[in-house]
Design a protein around this ligand. Structure first.
Ligand SMILES: Cc1cc2nc3c(=O)[nH]c(=O)nc-3n(C[C@H](O)[C@H](O)[C@H](O)COP(=O)(O)O)c2cc1C
Length: 393
């Protein structure tokens, strides 16, 4: 029987992340939705990130007394209510006004960390000031290293205790939706501008009265006449430094006394290198299928990476996580936690902070029931033996 889909627009009625995605699609202008949804080239990796979870089947235990299930866990030395974090996504203010603050608020209320993108529309100091929130800061290595240095100093002053370096974006992925939707960076085509007239709610929320939000952390990188969204986007891409290499990480290690997380590693030998340098944690990631198309998914290399690095680095994963079962599978293979990208962005676009909170609540409920149905009460009981990988689909 065909599954019934929710097609309404009330985020509270969404039963799963896919429902939230449909509501987000209705609420956002098409070029904004496609910026969030899209992957690179012909999107093989985007699809693989979902399909890979079907390759793992659960081997449940029964009769194990799962009356109480506990999702709490420790990550990077802190205690959190569940093994999730909201990962870094740029330009959240294009989904809803003050998108970063709303996502951070949802993370704080759910008792999980929030990672701010360096291409955020909120100043990093404003995120660090949110009481009760554990926040980590993501950075890109720009060609202008003095700017990178100044951003790291700002992070230290603001009180962030971890910096996340994205390693898979030294070159910008080929996202064809964005090429089609914009005449020039951030200048939508005429057809897309006309389409905006069908989205008065979004226009009032996001565009009125000042137009598109700006990249609030990048002022020192941008000449004064390029500090608007259009000007900045012409500079940011070319600023990404394709010479990024391990010496840059050693440079950062000298400069930054706090924790370092590398995001974008997939190869076990690179993970081993990172562990030997004393890196605190890795995020196994293919950037949600937005960078190298036909890349492996983190689920393809997680067990091997875990076998290499053991307890030397904490291991996070992201890319394609939309269900509690996906998260439990990754934890069983050795991940310490899962970072969310689009799952909470769809919630944010569908219902603001409450929508993002709804996405987190849905995933929490699914994790709790998956854990129990699998026969476990606590996350640290999970082990690879509870999964079987199919050899063919
Ligand atoms: C709209 C959007 C913006 C993103 N911006 C950033 C960013 O600024 N920095 C970064 O390291 N990753 C960025 N990412 C990648 C996410 O951190 C994450 O790796 C990815 O979304 C995970 O895949 P998922 O969306 O399928 O969960 C972005 C992803 C999306 C969807």
């Amino acid at each position: 029987m065909k599954r019934q889909l929710y097609t309404g627009s009330n985020y509270k009625k969404a039963l799963n992340i896919e429902d939230l995605e449909r509501i987000a699609k209705k609420r956002l202008p098409n070029f904004v939705f496609e910026y969030v949804y899209g992957g690179s080239d012909d999107e093989h990796t985007l699809r693989h990130n979902r399909a890979v979870f079907d390759q793992y089947l659960f081997k449940p235990k029964t009769m194990t007394n799962v009356g109480v299930r506990d999702l709490s866990t420790t990550l990077m030395g802190g205690t959190f209510q569940m093994p999730l974090a909201i990962g870094p996504t740029g330009f959240n203010g294009m989904l809803t006004r003050e998108g970063d603050l709303k996502l951070a608020g949802a993370a704080r209320d759910a008792g999980i960390p929030f990672i701010l993108s360096s291409v955020s529309t909120t100043r990093l100091e404003d995120i660090a000031a949110i009481e009760g929130l554990t926040a980590w800061m993501q950075i890109y290595f720009y060609r202008d290293r003095d700017f990178v240095k100044s951003m790291i100093r700002r992070c230290a002053k603001a009180g962030f205790d971890a910096i996340v370096v994205t390693t898979d974006s030294a070159i910008y992925g080929n996202r064809e939706w964005d090429v089609r939707n914009f005449r020039r960076p951030m200048k939508p085509t005429l057809a897309n501008l006309l389409h905006l007239l069908t989205k008065p709610g979004w226009m009032k929320d996001v565009l009125w009265p000042d137009g598109l939000p700006t990249f609030k952390n990048l002022d020192d990188l941008l000449p004064p006449d390029k500090r608007n969204a259009q000007g900045a986007s012409q500079i940011i891409g070319p600023q990404l430094d394709p010479s990024l290499n391990w010496e840059d990480i050693a440079w950062l290690r000298e400069l930054w006394p706090g924790k370092i997380i590398l995001k974008g590693i997939l190869a076990p030998e690179e993970a081993e290198h990172a562990a030997s340098l004393g890196i605190d944690a890795l995020v196994l990631s293919n950037h949600g299928g937005r960078q190298l198309n036909h890349s492996l998914s983190p689920m393809d290399t997680l067990s091997e990476v875990k076998a290499c690095v053991g307890e030397r680095c904490e291991l996070f994963v992201d890319s394609g996580f939309r269900r509690g079962t996906d998260i439990i599978k990754a934890l069983a293979l050795g991940a310490d936690g899962v970072w969310l990208g689009r799952a909470t962005l769809y919630g944010l676009a569908a219902g603001g902070q409450a929508g993002a909170a709804h996405a987190l609540a849905l995933l929490k409920k699914e994790m709790e029931s998956t854990l129990g149905l699998l026969g476990y009460s606590r996350l640290d009981e999970l082990e690879a033996g509870c999964l079987r990988r199919r050899t063919s689909l």
